[in-house]
Design a protein around this ligand. Structure first.
Ligand code: CP
Ligand code: NVA
Length: 301
């Protein structure tokens, strides 16, 4: 059966551990200059409806390092859903590539592609989920703390695509997660419930200071995600008390800070915090590549 990676819970706890272990091993091999052509002559198709730097570059370089090849297909190339039905695109791609990485607006479109593909489809971000980011985040947390046991993480800001996948990943790893958002932007009930089935149920609150107290990690993301540009003024007003800055972090003096990037410095996070010793954002960015190599080798073996 074709394995897709539409969201984090497409892996069980043990499989997630395997992917992270492989990622760590690939990272070591890359650091030590040891070749690891585990996907020799394999091809990854990469379909993008939205812009990207980390996702595109990390998948493409990752495939090269694994001895394979990646093809970039931007919004103008395939004309997804315009030139032919999504189901036809999925079937045609399946005849050429060994796996497809897809970044779309509509999560339902990704599910349609996956339902019609006979090769693994990997979610490179939709409006609903960003599971590859979660893999990198979990790898980063594991490296920083040596494991997941007893950790507590606080998400501050918008409970968006990155937050939803992260909530599932934290649950699978047994991490206690608190999600602090303004009213109207909270983590949705379906993800709270699903996370609860996988592990600890996330706590939700509208008080960021109380939420970060005692946290090992504070994680934030942009207030205005791709596709939400028209909501800019309304969102800036709603989130103004949810900036991750030095004042907020006085409530959690030991906490490390995460952000999936790109960051809007001066909005959801300050320069000072992003550039501080607490920040793990560039480790996270690099770990995208190692984590996705672990995932691709797992899906394609
Ligand atoms: N974090 C992330 O997915 O970055 P890009 O949008 O640059 O790919
Ligand atoms: N939440 C952001 C993440 C970008 C990687 C967005 O969807 O634009």
């Amino acid at each position: 059966m074709t394995r897709h990676f539409i969201d984090v819970d497409d892996l069980n706890r043990e499989e997630l551990g395997t992917v992270l272990d492989r990622a760590a091993e690939y990272k070591r091999q890359r650091r030590e200059g040891i070749p690891h052509p585990d996907l020799e002559r394999r091809t990854l198709g990469m379909v993008f409806e939205k812009p990207s730097s980390r996702t595109r570059i990390s998948f493409e370089t990752g495939m090269t390092q694994l001895g394979g090849h990646a093809i970039f297909l931007g919004p103008e190339d395939i004309g997804l859903g315009d030139r032919e039905p999504l189901s036809d695109t999925a079937r045609v791609l399946s005849g050429y590539v060994d796996a497809a990485m897809v970044r779309l607006f509509d999560h339902g479109d990704l599910e349609t592609l996956a339902a019609n593909a006979t090769v693994p489809v990997v979610n490179g971000l939709t409006d609903d989920a960003h599971p590859c980011q979660t893999l990198a985040d979990l790898l980063t947390i594991r490296e920083a703390f040596g494991g997941f046991e007893g950790l507590s993480v606080t998400w501050v800001g918008d409970a968006n695509n990155v937050a939803r996948s992260f909530a599932l990943g934290c649950a699978l790893c047994g991490i206690d997660l608190t999600v602090a958002t303004p009213e109207g932007y909270a983590l949705d009930d379906a993800h709270i419930e699903r996370a609860g089935e996988l592990g600890p149920t996330p706590e939700t609150t509208h008080d960021p200071a109380e939420a970060v107290a005692g946290a090992d990690v504070v994680y934030t993301d942009v207030w205005i995600s791709m596709g939400q540009e028209e909501e800019r003024d309304e969102r800036l007003a709603a989130f103004e008390d949810f900036q991750v800055n030095e004042g907020l972090l006085e409530h959690s003096p030991e906490a490390r800070v995460m952000h999936c990037l790109p960051a809007h410095r001066g909005e959801e996070i300050t320069d000072a915090v992003l550039e501080s010793d607490r920040s793990m954002v560039f480790e996270q960015a690099e770990n995208r590549m190692h984590a996705q190599k672990g995932l691709l080798s797992f899906l394609l073996e």
